[in-house]
Ligand binder design. Sequence first.
Ligand code: ACO
Length: 435
Amino acid sequence: MTATAKINLGGKDYSLPVVKGTLNELAIDISKLREQTGYITLDDGFGNTGSCTSAITYIDGDKGILRYRGYPIEELAEKSTFIETAWTIIWGRLPTQTELRHFSLLLTEHELIHEGLRHHFDGFPIDAPPMAILSAMIQAMSCYDNALLSNHLNDEEFEGAAAKLISKVRTIAAAAYKMSTGRPIIYAVPEYGYVNNFLHMMFTLPNRPYIADPDIVKALNLILILHADHEQNCSTSAVRTIASGGANLFASASAGVSALWGNLHGGANQAVVEMLEEIRKTRTSVKDFVEKVKRKENGIKLMGFGHRVYKNFDPRSKILQEVASKVLQKQGQSDELLDIAQELAEIALKDDYFIQRKLYPNVDFYSGITLKAIGIPLNMFTVMFAIGRMPGWIANWKEVHDNPKQKIYRPRQIYMGEDTRHYVPIDTRTDLRLS
Ligand code: ACO
């Protein structure tokens, strides 16, 4: 029997269909509610709204479960590489050797940027934020291949466009960093793997090659895997919204970068390290800092804590906590920031304020510390998140693109502004600021 939900509005009963997900997640389908009743639903921030059905990522926020295409994040983190995971997220299953080799070759083919595109970097000031550069350059990239601007790509074109984005986003990110340091751009080495190549383009100097430590390559692979998708978060929802209007993959991915930039989303990894450094610099006790957060003094938050979906623990932060400690050890770096982070977590996790609100460390709590230990500069942290999230945005764009019944995303609102009022000539208007 198909389940229905009953709703009584103005004394009249209505039945609404219930939708059940693969793992028994339940939703009331309200798509015909307005037509039938004149009502819409109101859910500021979409905390309780399913905007789509999707087969990409599964999260159980109460149990701390995250799976890409059914594969547990813990298994992918231990056994996979970022590129294999990216393929899996985009095409829906683990690739065969031939498929993975073919995709790797495509990535190599697209690893350079067009000389014309390279000149765009000269237009940015030296201290331009790398996230602004990345978003702008992804849009600019699309101008060099008009065939990919279509919102109706065949399989081969789509694969080429996906490879282009995943490969070039890393080249652009490294080039943006080089430009900001006033140093020459370093070209990719075709024989290097994806992450190794990124580190090479970031850290090689004309007179000093950078040989990446395999453990550091592994740690960065892992960070990218953990960021690769996370269902309908702020940036992915932005990508899907834009895709639903028929915009091409590049326009949609560029919007994803812009959406990710904010402090409450991808910008949190940078904000966490800034917070930890501030605590260290000002010699504030961790206890006092937590008290300030609880008093909401100047609106401060414990950055890297809390999540819209995880109300138990974020499985990514568990994995990253261990990695952060290993990378710090490997680099022989002081782990003062990690110590402050651990103390913050310990105090917060026992405190009623955080317990009642179900606030736990999220992925950003430890990722910033790990990126810092790897040597990634602070203003590049959110760019690293964007490189990692690219497969998720691409897969979500594809899901919208491939759906023949896809409607344009167009939420409604409840208007709370002025009722009708009438135009008055300017010379008869009272200036309230002067009266
Ligand atoms: N520190 C202190 N208090 C917090 C925190 C925090 N990090 N997060 C939430 N709260 C409090 C809120 O002030 C609110 O308190 P109230 O009930 O007294 O008003 C309560 O917990 C509920 O918080 P909301 O903001 O309603 O929760 P929401 O689900 O909207 O927000 C978010 C989730 C944005 C992640 C929030 O927890 C936050 O701002 N965290 C810090 C920023 C951060 O780490 N962002 C990264 C998220 S992961 C990602 O995007 C990759």
